[in-house]
Design a protein around this ligand. Structure first.
Ligand code: GLA
Length: 382
């Protein structure tokens, strides 16, 4: 593999000042709860986005990547989210978000940046957050911002919301910044309190398979925004600021106030929050082998109540469980993207094979199935 330093030198004809990286993520459980001030339980995966960076004498940001030709150039004196688009918006958006949050960019020097990523794009594994967080840790150090990992995660979210235009929550960036080996990040999106919870996968002989449906998703448009608005409407009709304030006991009352579709959306969020808390409790008391029912119940809730799964994902999850997975569920924003299966390592290959066979039987696109390992969050590599 060509090193990031070599890639940088090939692009700019000099050596970089450093290389930083941040991972994609998988959400173990807690879907569409983040922007409802609820709970999430993601982990950072062993697929990373890297940025190699060197200071410039002027105030320009030059961006190149290994996945497309050409160079994007922006001035630190005129960063404007309205004019950002494509992959460079994830990087420029973070610089803009910092300035917008009151970090002074006045004395900042320009940068030459080159990006390389192993995180598959459009798979629901947060390639965008990986890029925002890799840029965030690099900027934080080079421009001496002194921000905490959580503060950098927030900037990534603002970049995503403002520069990219997707109304997403803090899940992806928190996982990418705060992930630890063999741990999930238990994040309360209301208080933004984040705690690592041990997974003990390896010692239990377990692993996680990603099953990428290869059905593309796009959060800036379409169903994600619709779900976001349904939750807002539901909370408004129930007289609360966010669905975090609603418990399972309130669902009977909700049924008298909400239309059938909004009720289903609200029920997913409310029950999903409960499942995240139960997952944390179960991990602590009984370990990951006991998570099957919770993962499967989450999948059913996303399929029937939130209606964000596609047929490929439903079939893949059912096939994985039928073939011996402990549990399986869609992960991420949905409407395509990926599912995960918690599997005994000794059966991982057979389960993957069974899933491929079922999708082929239905004449559906072949999924890409691969293991992921809970890994360390954003960091300086070189
Ligand atoms: C996407 C968003 C996250 C979160 C998930 C659903 O990944 O970026 O903020 O809302 O969908 O849980």
């Amino acid at each position: 593999m060509t090193s990031m330093s070599d890639i940088f030198t090939a692009a700019y004809g000099r050596t970089p000042d450093g290389v930083w990286s941040a991972p994609g993520r998988v959400n173990l459980i807690g879907e569409h709860t983040d922007y409802n001030n609820g709970y999430v339980l993601p982990f950072a995966i062993d697929y990373r986005t890297r940025v190699a960076v060197a200071r410039r004498e002027d105030r320009e940001l030059h961006l190149r990547s290994t996945f497309t030709d050409g160079e994007v150039v922006a001035s630190l004196d005129s960063l404007d989210p309205a004019s950002m688009d494509g992959w460079s918006a994830y990087v420029l958006g973070v610089a803009w978000a910092a300035a917008d949050a009151g970090v002074s960019l006045e004395g900042a020097f320009g940068l030459d940046i080159v990006i390389d990523s192993q995180v598959p794009v459009g798979a629901g594994l947060s390639s965008s957050a990986a890029l925002e967080c890799a840029a965030g840790v690099a900027f934080n150090e080079l421009w001496d911002w002194g921000l905490t990992p959580l503060a950098l995660a927030r900037l990534g979210r603002v970049a995503e919301n403002s520069a990219v235009g997707a109304p997403t929550g803090l899940l992806d960036q928190a996982a990418s910044m705060l992930g630890q080996e063999d741990h999930v990040v238990f994040l309360d999106c209301l208080t933004e309190d984040a705690k690592p919870v041990p997974l003990h996968l390896r010692e239990e002989g377990l692993g996680i398979l990603v099953m990428n449906s290869n059905v593309n998703h796009d959060h800036a448009t379409g169903g994600y925004g619709d779900r976001f608005r349904s939750c807002e409407v539901g909370a408004g009709a129930l007289g609360v600021d966010s669905l975090r304030e609603i418990g399972v006991d309130d669902l009977d009352r909700a049924a008298t106030v909400l239309d059938a579709e909004t009720l289903r959306r609200v029920r997913h969020v409310v029950t999903e929050n409960e499942r995240v808390l139960a997952t944390v409790e179960t991990l602590r008391k009984d370990g990951p082998r006991a998570l099957g029912d919770l993962l499967n119940a989450s999948q059913v809730s996303m399929r029937d109540d939130f209606e964000i799964t596609v047929r490929e994902i439903d079939l893949a999850c059912d096939a994985a469980v039928a073939a011996g997975a402990i549990g399986a569920r869609m992960t991420g924003g949905g409407l395509g993207g990926s599912a995960i299966a918690l599997v005994p390592l000794s059966e991982a290959e057979a389960i993957a094979e069974a899933v491929r066979a079922v999708l082929a039987e239905h004449g559906l696109r072949e999924p890409t199935i691969f293991p992921v390992v809970p890994s360390q969050g954003a960091r300086r590599d070189v």
